[in-house]
Design a protein around this ligand. Structure first.
Ligand code: TXA
Ligand code: MG
Length: 356
């Protein structure tokens, strides 16, 4: 397919929007979605982490269309989504560590990197000889993959450089006219992308923290490390373990600054800033009563990391649509689910942390 054909095919589509509340009762609609995928089209579908931009994971042209629709560099590999943990063996070389992870965390928000088999094209894996595999727990995603009978390759359904979408309205902002169908399956429960681990024998390296935490992985595997790039900026010329680490991720139009300090000191700082600047604030629920409501985006209670994960991308999109000259948020803790929040926020803030 020429670039022009691909361009025309991907950017001027009549996108069909459907809502699925009951995958069993609406099987006919899901069959139609599976048919679109089977004939090489693109379908956005809900998962428990974020929405995915799906194509046939075994087909070269589908991967190319996904990269074009997302505006994503084609060396940043895609995750393939399977209906059952046992299916991984069809597309990758699994091992006992995979079996342990699968029985503990799948279906769910965990992606594993394994050596790939021939049936997964290198266009899907960004030229790598490994493949990322995930078995989502969302009932719509699960049934759609099952009906396809092939793995669905899907990155997050945002335009490259935007936060991952956690509801169909955000998908539509980015993908209308670029995909054949968008399936609305409600709000994503976790709200952050899956935990990605690379499996080497009995060793795990966390390439991206997510809903399955470091502590949870340690309960199942003895050797778990966190890749350097999860917490720190890559040094010039440093080769990342995951191609995604080298790309600049979502950065809001206004600079995002993360605040570190005592509870009262941070609140006083925010109150003063609100008097002086057009600032948007991602605050904790406890702070709502103490701050001016203009451009204020609560992300959950201070101690409720799950609520914060669920709300973060939504709040970032909302804050970015205001006229704020600066966006403030709290520096998340690094334990439990905090590590995933920390990883996303420190990158969105280009590592800008202010101690107050
Ligand atoms: O929760 C999720 O994982 C969502 C939903 C849709 O499943 N998907 C998602 O995909 O976040 P994406 O493409 O936005 O992020 C996938 C990340 C990228 O950073 C990519 O570099 C990395 O996974 N990745 C994929 N295959 C890899 C491989 N073989 N080796 C190392 N990293 C890989
Ligand atoms: Mg993504």
């Amino acid at each position: 397919m020429s670039f022009n054909e691909l361009f025309t095919e991907v950017f001027f589509l009549q996108t069909e929007h459907i809502r699925i509340t009951d995958p069993q009762a609406q099987e006919g609609t899901l069959l139609r979605a599976a048919e679109i995928l089977r004939s090489g089209g693109l379908v956005v579908f809900p998962t428990e982490t974020v929405y995915g931009l799906g194509g046939d994971g075994t087909r070269d042209e589908a991967a190319k269309k996904i990269y074009a629709a997302k505006g994503r560099p084609s060396d940043n590999p895609l995750i393939i989504h399977i209906a059952s943990p046992a299916d991984a063996e069809k597309y990758a070389y699994t091992n006992p560590t995979y079996e342990k992870l699968a029985s503990a965390f799948m279906p769910g928000p965990l992606t594993v990197i394994l050596p790939k088999r021939e049936n997964i094209p290198t266009s899907t894996t960004g030229g790598l000889d490994s493949v990322a595999i995930r078995c989502p727990s969302h009932p719509v995603a699960h049934r759609l993959i099952e009906l396809c009978g092939f793995p669905i390759a899907a990155p997050s359904a945002n335009l490259s450089g935007k936060p991952s979408p956690t509801c169909s309205a955000h998908v539509a902002q980015d993908m209308d006219g670029r995909v054949n169908m968008i399936i609305d399956g409600g709000e994503s429960e976790v709200g952050l992308e899956s935990t990605i681990v690379k499996i080497d024998g009995d060793r795990l390296t966390i390439l991206r923290p997510g809903g399955i935490t470091y502590d949870a992985l340690c309960m199942v595997c003895e050797h778990v490390t966190v890749a350097d790039a999860v917490l720190h900026q890559l040094k010039d010329g440093e080769r990342p373990l995951s191609p995604g680490m080298k790309y600049r991720h979502y950065a809001p139009t206004a600079p995002l600054v993360l605040l570190k300090g005592e509870v009262d000191a941070v609140l006083t700082f925010l109150q003063n800033e609100q008097n002086q600047k057009r600032c948007a604030i991602l605050c904790y629920d406890e702070e709502i009563a103490h701050l001016h409501p203009d451009k204020l985006f609560p992300i959950g209670a201070r101690a409720d990391l799950a609520a914060q994960a669920h709300t973060l991308f939504h709040a970032l999109r909302d804050a970015d649509r205001t006229d704020a000259e600066i966006i403030y948020a709290h520096l998340p803790p690094m334990d439990g689910l905090g590590l995933a929040l920390y990883n996303r926020m420190i990158r969105a803030a280009a590592h800008t942390v202010l101690e107050v």
